[in-house]
Write a protein that binds this ligand. Structure first.
Ligand code: HEM
Length: 165
């Protein structure tokens, strides 16, 4: 028995429940979409504010950095809901998803999104300590914000392709 088959046999009761209950399937998918709506929505809105504030005054940048720091907790909470519901979705049909190249591309995007988010937090912390125009962290914050917007949109696209493949 392969690793995937043994995981599938352990996940069988959940797969049965998921495939026979529209309410449970709907609730898990809603948790997944709801989580990305909140997490992705807050993240992309903050990225946009950062890209605008970087060209603005010192006061605008200071305000943006405070807002940026305050948004991490709800984004990480929402991403946790996305990941937990994602695992529930994978376990609902493990033999399909774990052999899907689209699924693994998507997981690569999710990991890139998390790493980029961590790097953004490091740049933000450096700028809170030293907000000088010359601080190279402003360039990293700009690049990280563009990467964040791109990664959220690409991950959502990979999710839709996965759901329809
Ligand atoms: C930021 C991270 C993520 C985003 C933006 C995202 C987005 C999406 C979207 C938009 C869909 C399509 C839903 C539909 O049309 O029914 C989807 C489906 C799916 N996602 Fe995610 N997802 C993310 C993370 C994850 C993670 C971490 C996992 C697994 C651990 C995962 C597993 C799945 C699976 C298996 C489906 C297909 C569900 C089906 O066929 O009904 N996702 N995702």
């Amino acid at each position: 028995m392969s690793v995937i088959q043994s995981i599938a046999s352990v996940a069988k009761p959940w797969q049965e429940l998921y495939s026979h209950s529209k309410v449970i399937a709907g609730a898990v998918t809603y948790a997944h979409i709801g989580g990305l709506l909140v997490g992705g929505g807050f993240a992309i809105a903050s990225d946009r504010s950062a890209l605008r504030a970087i060209k603005g005054s010192a006061a605008e940048r200071a305000h943006m950095l405070r807002e940026f720091a305050a948004v991490h907790r709800p984004v990480i909470l929402a991403l946790t809901v996305v990941v937990l519901s994602g695992v529930a979705l994978v376990l609902s049909d493990i033999e399909t998803f774990l052999v899907s190249p689209v699924y693994w591309i998507k997981m690569g995007l999710v990991v890139s999104l998390a790493v980029n988010g961590w790097l953004l937090m490091q740049s933000e912390r450096r700028l809170v300590t030293d907000p000088a125009d010359t601080n190279r962290a402003w360039v990293l914050l700009r690049r990280g914000s563009f990467a964040s917007i791109t990664l959220w949109l690409c991950t959502a696209l990979a999710g839709v392709i996965l759901a329809n493949s």
